[in-house]
Design a binder for this molecule. Structure first.
Ligand code: DP6
Length: 341
């Protein structure tokens, strides 16, 4: 037996153990669910184990309210799943369809095939973590279709198998994903923090909404294998997370946002020291970053974070929204704790 089939067998064993007899429940005809996208303030970059998607460090994110994914599922009489993304059937051999069908084949009885209708309200794979909301919505919808009645903790672990950051997208607000220690990842699950921060705003500066050239999965593996700077990353990530968590509790915007920006810049420095270099920024990303730093020097409390893509996410408080909108004509404002944006 190859190493790969041994590993996937143990993931399958774990899934069967979690689902138990419910794996063979009679499905409803259809079900749907919504999950918000999320942006990490303290990032997940690196896996300690790839088949279960287990992270090297814990991470902490904020969910993007109504910006996320709606997933509808219906049972079809066919030999293969049918994957629809934003209204169009996707190529069954493409990355997205393969990841979705692999996840479904793990959790469903062998002969059950579905039509999966995914509608994203964020650009796919532009560093806006649509895989996070996608797998979270798929997990919630499947739980409902199959009547599994699993706990949120179990669903978080199942969503993680699709994409690590999906483990955090089952909740609104601030969410922490605990790295955990178990080999099967049963303690590598996310949970929501109680704190609300209605004044906190996020601004999206979309530089490009094209699919990224190097997936997070591949990028993480390359960074761990070749970046000499990765040695210091786990220690900094855990420290940043602790500072951010305390700042959220204390409602201390400056400390929270400054640490989030520093965490993102450190992650990107670590990636760019990989070989071949891993640089997700485009020239326009840097132009906008410099603009943020300039505005900050002029006294505007404005910070940024970036994921594995060229887009910027600005962090600021509601009282500065007019200034931010005046400086960035194209900014899309998100209110993570609001009801209207
Ligand atoms: C930079 O969760 O997309 O956005 O687990 O391989 O699917 P996989 O990776 P993914 O990585 C997200 C990386 C990040 C940081 C973060 O969201 O914590």
């Amino acid at each position: 037996m190859s190493q790969n089939s041994k590993i996937s067998l143990s993931v399958n064993n774990w899934v069967n153990q979690v689902l138990g007899a419910a794996k063979h429940n009679v499905p409803a005809a259809q079900a749907s669910a919504y999950a918000p996208s999320n942006i990490a303030l303290s990032k997940y970059w690196g896996k300690r184990e790839a088949s279960f998607n287990l992270p090297v460090t814990s991470s902490l994110s904020i969910s993007l309210a109504k910006h996320g994914t709606n997933t509808g599922l219906s049972v079809i009489d066919a030999l293969a799943h049918q994957v629809i993304l934003n209204g169009e059937e996707v190529d069954a051999t493409g990355n997205f369809a393969i990841k979705v069908t692999q996840w479904l084949d793990r959790v469903l009885p062998r002969n059950l095939k579905l039509r999966i209708d995914t509608v994203n309200t964020v650009p796919t794979a532009a560093g806006l973590a649509s895989s996070a909301s996608g797998f979270a919505a798929l997990t919630l919808a499947t739980n409902s279709l199959m009547g599994w009645q699993l706990t949120k903790r179990q669903l978080s672990a199942l969503a993680r198998l699709g994409s690590g950051s999906a483990s955090r997208s089952l909740w609104h607000g601030f969410v922490k994903w605990q790295a955990g220690e178990q080999a099967d990842g049963s303690d590598s699950v996310a949970f929501p923090l109680q704190q609300q921060w209605p004044q906190l705003k996020m601004g999206l500066l979309t530089i490009s909404s094209q699919t990224k050239a190097v997936s997070s999965r591949e990028g993480m593996a390359r960074t761990i294998a070749t970046s000499p700077l990765y040695k210091q990353w786990p220690q900094q990530a855990e420290l940043d997370l602790a500072v951010i968590e305390a700042a959220i509790e204390a409602n201390d915007f400056e400390t929270m946002a400054k640490t989030a920006e520093h965490n993102a810049m450190s992650m990107h420095a670590t990636m760019s020291a990989a070989w071949p270099p891993l640089v997700y920024w485009q020239p326009e990303s840097l132009t906008q970053m410099q603009k943020v730093w300039q505005l900050r020097e002029q006294g505007l409390p404005l910070y940024l974070t970036m994921d594995a893509g060229p887009n910027l996410k600005l962090l600021f408080e509601a009282k500065h929204q007019t200034d931010v909108e005046a400086a960035f004509a194209e900014v899309q404002i998100i209110s993570p704790f609001g009801t209207t944006c």
